[in-house]
Design a protein. Sequence first.
Lengths: 345, 346
Amino acid sequence: MSVIEQPVTTPPAGASLVTKILRFRELAIVVAIVLVFVLTYFKNSSFASTASIQQMLSGPSIIIMLAVGETLVIVTRNVDLSVGSVLGLSAYLVGDLFVHYPHLPVVVALLAGLLIGLACGVVNGVIVAYARVPALVVTLGMLYIIRGIDAIVVNGVQIQPSQIPQSFVNLGAGSIIGIPTLFWIAAAAVALVGYVMRTFRPARELYAIGSNPEAAVLAGVRVPRRVFSAFAISGALAGLGGALWLAEFATVASTAGSGYELNVVAAVVVGGVAIFGGSGTVLGAALGALLLNTIDQALVASRVSSFWNQAVAGLLLLVAIAFDRYVSLRAEKILRVEGAHRDNA
Amino acid sequence: MTTPEVTLLPEAAQEPRTLNSLMRGATRWESGLVVLFVISLIYGWWVSPYFLNTETFFFAGLNFGEIAIMALPMTLIIITGEIDLSVASMLGLSASTLGYLFMHGWNIWPAMGICLLVGIVGGALNGFLVTRLGLPSIAVTIGTLTLYRGIALIVLGSNTAVGFPAWTQKLSLPIGSTHIAYDFAIFVVLALIFGVVLHMTPVGRSIYAIGLQPETAYFSGIRVKRIKFGLYVISGFLCAFAGILYTFQQASSASDTGVGLELNVVAIALFGGVSIFGGRGTIFGVFVSVAIFASLQSSLTAINVSGQAQSIVTGCLLLLSVLIPNISESVTRVRTLLRRRTSEAS
């Protein structure tokens, strides 16, 4: 792809403004997280205890992994609803691997999870990108198929904590310089994918596809190949998430991760990724997941009945979508005005 | 997304209405569904001699009634190019509200009225967010999915409401001396109404027009927003109604009633030939789709396949429902291309 010469263009005046607003979008989530944190701290000072903060970081780690992959897919104007079931299948199969090979190195187990997820993602990607069928239907179908395979494989036999080696459980429960290992892994994924999404051409093409698929084709973007990669990566991250799930909970039933798909999409949307593609960042999606989890814990800490969690999360999601709409409408207006000024000059 | 279909239309109209139109009738998705339904019946009869009796029919009707009822408004909403993922949460909210009010000494009838009102308000909120604020329906209804389930949790908490009046239990029995479940009868009546509205009235034509090209529909004087809003309200109302039915059949209600059913409802509508891009789909297709799912579930349960493992079949059917038309479409495209080539050459 790098052979094609891209004419160097100076970004139009409006572009910097849009980036500013997008940056502002992530800042808004950070402000929200801090606000929730401070308000809860005033109600219950133990909210700022080390254990509480560690929980705040490790809790959303797996969702963050999934949200990173989901962002790649949603940016291309597709959606991957199969992530929850991929996570469940991978968690069980990696656990099963430990049952048969108790001395498996941790890295091999993580890699196995990644590969299982990758296989599922490849199937999704091939069907969506090359057979050109709507992603929502395909991944919904895959969600059912993988969940069914999971049920057959599990067959009522759960993975027990005693079957998982201590070194692997440490990965889920341990911490490095006070920060949970799980969060380090999730943060590494966000940093790596986030950097790639900003910098490299194939990743930028994902945005081009999401903004305008027809234009992307005309511009020489190999749309099927890019969409395929997005699904493959999303599957791989979900598979890795499954291995981490096993590390965190050490027990897996066939329902592991069920319903996660909508939580992940919610986190991504709260994080400012446009559901119709073309804009949004991995960092935003991760912050979205962090915010939703922080609110959950804030409600617990302020002794609000845990029954309120879901309603608050739903309300927040609606506010986030409405806010994004407002921002994009304003940005459009400002761009139009600036464009008019340029034309007059 | 709909532009290729639009450009294909004049070409199809030029074709002679002889053998070709017959062929097209035979290759319609709905015809395939009917064949598949017959196959599923034969399969059921093959695996279990007790399959083809009225008991199976009754229980299938009972098990699938609520999902089937919710699939009707879903069909119309998907045809307009939107989606409603909050249906199962609405069902749960209605069931919880009914349980809460009944536990607090309400008479069952006004309590049911409040539930239906809750459904209308919930549907109106979806409709307002989608049409007035112009937000993407998939994101909005994932939000209200969480919100309505959350309110159900606040209302009923971890309680389970039981002890509904004795007459309500009749709803889980067949109608009179027949073998028809109440759910099924209600679904058939509703399907007829929806079928007539969608296929024989101006409103129905408008729904298709909106799904094919919202801008064109708008400029043709169709009240796009009002129709979409109305559909969301109807969806909320019927989901609340399904929630009441579900509660009476289970003789209990909890806040997690119907968790995750939204994807089943969407799957049934899509398998019935409703295009996720809007503009295409029939009530008949969805009706047969319900029949196939119900029949397959009965026969797979008869051979002791667990409910979770059955979802493989659901998934495969769903994938086939988008892959087969796709393949046949590309075959048609290649054939017309070839025909044009040969006519140009001659």
